[in-house]
Write a protein that binds this ligand. Structure first.
Ligand code: GCO
Ligand code: MG
Length: 401
């Protein structure tokens, strides 16, 4: 079998997605996601101009060898653009392998470790009461784990909460600036979670994303204040470029810590995992080199009792969610999967077998990934330039988004 054609499809059914479609001499095709929110065309160019010409004519069975060629052959290693592009090809090749062998991806990865992957959904509000109501609504729908974000009084617009001009996690044009004040945030979050916990009772798993806004000692203090809430995790308390910064958080609190949605290779988490400075790793198949690399990341993390809770915001396409469903069913140390529903048009452009029911994600039994792209429909949603917001602190200095 040989690869006869490989192309990139950029489409915007509600938000931008970059997809690779690979065709073979056997008449079987595979799809992979390479979306990098706000920087989509960089990945599309890396694929179109540099990687795809290298794979046409090769045997799609040789997934490991193709991965190594794309990773090592560039000389320039790692980074989000490179690793998202490699991931798109890698996932499409796994899809092809499953289809050719007539078996779902989870079976190629060792079979089922569980019957369904626990997911967490997002509840947010512009006011505390609104956030609590949203949590109760999702709990009534059967979600067993919910991430809670709320606008902090005094900070009008912030990450993870609804805005007058759209959802906070949407990239937009024009480019937007939001505000940030750490002191108000740190005063408000414990109050928010006390109200939520009182309303939900003890069983619901609660999560929170600090989105890289704190310093290690601030994060340690917040983690300590939240200990009696029993959070499932506190996510991205501080940026992890200095991995050793997490030692400070770890020394002071037993609140479980999650990080890694912006990581691209195992080297980004090596110290965090080896020193057991975190509890959950958030790396995703699309941003970390595909199934081939994430299997190695999971195996490494398992040795240190670090579990996976992969990134799954709506800017990761339904193709990535399919891959995550198979990976999550098969991989023993996957603890949870983030799930934010995609725009309705995106579900039409990417028809899929995976589904979320009663708080659990299942991949279905179709061969390969069980997801496809409707190219004709995709053409009706042309790419629309968009940027993630930036955040400025009250004194005007630039913060982390
Ligand atoms: C999350 C993430 C997202 C990111 C977004 C960036 O936990 O889901 O923080 O909301 O901000 O995916 O593109
Ligand atoms: Mg996050």
């Amino acid at each position: 079998m040989k690869i006869t054609d490989a192309r990139v499809i950029v489409t915007s059914p509600g938000r931008n997605y970059v997809t690779v479609k690979i065709e073979t001499t056997d008449g079987v095709h595979g799809v992979g996601d390479g979306t990098l929110n706000g920087r989509e065309l960089a990945v599309a160019s890396y694929l179109e101009d540099h990687l795809l010409p290298l794979i046409v004519g090769r045997d799609p069975d040789d997934i490991e060898d193709i991965w190594q060629m794309l990773y090592k052959g560039a000389y320039w290693r790692r980074g989000p653009v490179t690793m998202a592009a490699i991931a798109a090809i890698d996932v499409a090749l796994w899809d092809i392998k499953g289809k050719v062998l007539g078996t779902p991806l989870w079976n190629l990865l060792g079979g089922r470790s569980r019957t369904g992957v626990l997911v967490y959904s997002h509840a947010s509000g512009r006011r505390l009461g609104e956030a609590v109501d949203k949590v109760l609504e999702l709990q009534a729908q059967g979600y067993k784990a919910i991430r809670v974000q709320c606008v902090v009084p005094g900070i009008e617009e912030m990450y993870g909460t609804p805005h007058a001009d759209g959802e906070a996690e949407d990239a937009t044009l024009p480019f937007v600036e939001r505000g940030w004040d750490t002191a108000s945030y740190l005063r408000f979050v414990p109050e928010l979670f006390r109200s939520v916990r009182t309303a939900t009772g003890p069983e619901l798993q609660l999560l929170h994303d600090a989105h890289h806004r704190l310093t290690p000692i601030e994060a340690a203090g917040l983690g300590r204040c939240l200990e009696d809430i029993g959070l499932f995790w506190l996510e991205d308390p501080v940026p992890a470029e200095p991995q050793a910064g997490y030692r400070i958080i770890r020394q002071h609190t037993t609140t479980p810590i999650a990080v890694g949605e912006v990581f691209n290779t195992v080297y980004d988490c090596e110290q965090l995992v080896r020193e057991q400075l975190i509890d959950f790793l958030r790396m995703s198949i699309v941003h970390a080199g595909g199934v081939t690399h994430m299997r190695k990341v999971a195996a490494f993390a398992e040795i240190y009792q670090v579990r996976l809770g992969c990134h799954g915001a709506a800017d990761l396409s339904p193709v990535t969610m399919a891959a995550a469903a198979h990976f999550g069913i098969a991989t023993h140390n996957v603890a949870i999967q983030e799930y934010a529903p995609h725009p309705a048009q995106a579900n039409e452009v990417f028809p899929h077998e995976w589904s979320v029911k009663d708080g659990y994600l299942t991949p279905g039994d179709a061969p390969g990934l069980g997801v496809d792209i409707d190219e004709h429909l995709a053409q009706q949603f042309p790419y629309a330039r968009a940027y993630l917001p930036i955040s400025r602190r009250t004194d005007g200095t630039m913060g982390s988004w």
